[in-house]
Design a protein around this ligand. Structure first.
Ligand SMILES: [Fe+2]
Length: 135
C-alpha cells in the first residue's frame, strides 16, 4: 500500500511539483519495503536520500520566494529549517543505533506529516501566490 500523488497536491509550478513527486516516490519505496519486511534496510537509504533532497528542494523553493518577494518567505523558510533539524536528529539516531523499527516509524511519520501539513498547506499557499502573480 502506497500513497498516491494527486492533482490536489499540485502547487502549480512544474519544478516544485516534480520534486514533490520525487519525494512521494521515495516514501512509497520505503512503505513498500516495510510491507515486504525490509523497512530497516531501506530506512538508511531513505534518510540518505532525504539529506540531499531537502538541500536541493528547499533551495529551489526559497530562491523562488526571494525572487518573487514572497511575503511569507521567513515563515516558510523557518518550517524548512525545522524539518532539516528533525531530519538531522533522525540521522544522528540512525548513526548511533542503526536502522530499527523505531527509526522506520519515525521516518514514515516525519515524511507523511510533512506531505500532509507542509505540502498541502504551506507550499500550496506559495503556489497560489505564484499563480495570482502571473495574472
Ligand atoms: Fe516548502
Amino acid at each position: 500500500m502506497g500513497i498516491q500523488w494527486t492533482q490536489m497536491l499540485a502547487v502549480g509550478d512544474p519544478t516544485i511539483d516534480k520534486q514533490h513527486q520525487e519525494l512521494f516516490e521515495r516514501i512509497n519505496r520505503l512503505l513498500e519495503a516495510c510491507s515486504a519486511g525490509k523497512g530497516v534496510e531501506e530506512v538508511k537509504e531513505t534518510i540518505r536520500f532525504l539529506g540531499d533532497y531537502v538541500v536541493t528542494h528547499f533551495q529551489t523553493e526559497e530562491k523562488m520566494m526571494r525572487e518573487t518577494n514572497y511575503p511569507d518567505y521567513l515563515k516558510h523558510k523557518a518550517a524548512h529549517d525545522k524539518f532539516v533539524e528533525s531530519l538531522s536528529e533522525l540521522n544522528e539516531s540512525i548513526q548511533q543505533e542503526g536502522g530499527n523499527v523505531k527509526t522506520v516509524i519515525v521516518t514514515n511519520r516525519l515524511v507523511i506529516s510533512w506531505l500532509n501539513t507542509h505540502i498541502m498547506n504551506v507550499d500550496k499557499q506559495f503556489g497560489k501566490f505564484l499563480s495570482e502573480r502571473k495574472q
